[in-house]
Design a protein around this ligand. Structure first.
Ligand code: ZN
Ligand code: ZN
Length: 259
């Protein structure tokens, strides 16, 4: 199982893309602006989209993706998300005003877009590729994902601030190899990070201290995502200054993880 990063920035501009990951060639985790770099052939292969939450930087390209590939595919695309996230998509995106309701097109019995509700701890299994929603703490209903391949596990936190429940789950995963965690703001924006329920480096450091390294059999590599455009260097320097035990680097576009 291979995960390729399509977008990992908190914003756009130049070569920055917002959050999306391609799993093999048929599953997306979040569908930010990074999806727009995929070829038409690659877009047509997407069967499933797993969402962490409803914010635009994570869902923005779902409407355009569906509109582009419909008519060339026999099977629908299924969006997997929490009930609250699905309700937000129905009410505010696919509402005939912002975009057509592809859950009713071409008809309600065989639509181009299907919705599947996910729940914390309930694993989605796509031919042995397992995705389990894990807790997150954000301003809207949000989850992260525990992604499990045949050899290794990866945790993607999605957007979150301090979250005890997340570490309780993470510390059960013995084959955890990669941790992709957000740090949206620099320390000077601590109040903003708290208010918008993101992390800044000082909060990240206290969160990473909750990682129980004794139970993990492999060294965990930490990757930072969702850096605010223009602040990436400051945020990464503030993290480096903390001299944490784990190898930590910024997540990059086109980076590939094998699980
Ligand atoms: Zn968000
Ligand atoms: Zn976000």
């Amino acid at each position: 199982m291979q995960i390729k990063i399509l977008g990992c920035s908190g914003g756009i501009g130049g070569n920055l893309r917002t959050t999306s990951m391609l799993v093999d060639d048929d599953i997306l985790i979040d569908a930010g602006t990074g999806v727009g770099d995929l070829s038409m052939d690659a877009l047509m292969k997407i069967d499933h989209i797993l969402l962490t939450h409803s914010h635009l930087d994570h869902i923005g390209f779902i409407p355009l993706l569906i509109d582009t590939v419909m008519g060339f595919r026999l099977e629908p695309i299924t969006v997997h998300a929490t009930q609250e996230t699905l309700d937000t998509l129905r009410d505010h995106i696919f509402n005939w005003k912002v975009w057509p309701d592809f859950n009713m097109i071409p008809n309600a019995t065989q639509p181009f877009l299907l919705y599947n509700e996910i729940e914390l701890g309930k694993t989605l299994d796509f031919g042995g590729r397992k995705f389990t929603p894990v807790p997150a703490n954000h301003v809207v209903s949000a989850v992260g994902f525990h992604v499990e391949g045949s050899e290794h596990s990866l945790i993607f936190t999605g957007d979150t601030t301090v979250c005890e429940a997340l570490w309780f789950e993470v510390n059960k995963i013995k084959n955890l190899k990669y941790l992709i965690i957000e740090t949206a703001f620099s320390n000077s924006e601590f109040e903003l990070a708290k208010l918008s329920k993101h992390l800044c480096p000082s909060m990240l450091v206290s969160e990473l201290k909750k990682l129980d390294t004794a139970i993990h059999s492999t060294p965990i590599e930490v990757f930072i995502t969702h850096l605010k455009p223009g602040e990436g260097e400051t945020i990464m320097q503030e993290i480096a200054d903390c001299k944490l035990a784990h190898p930590i680097q910024a997540l990059e576009n086109n980076q590939v993880f094998n699980l």
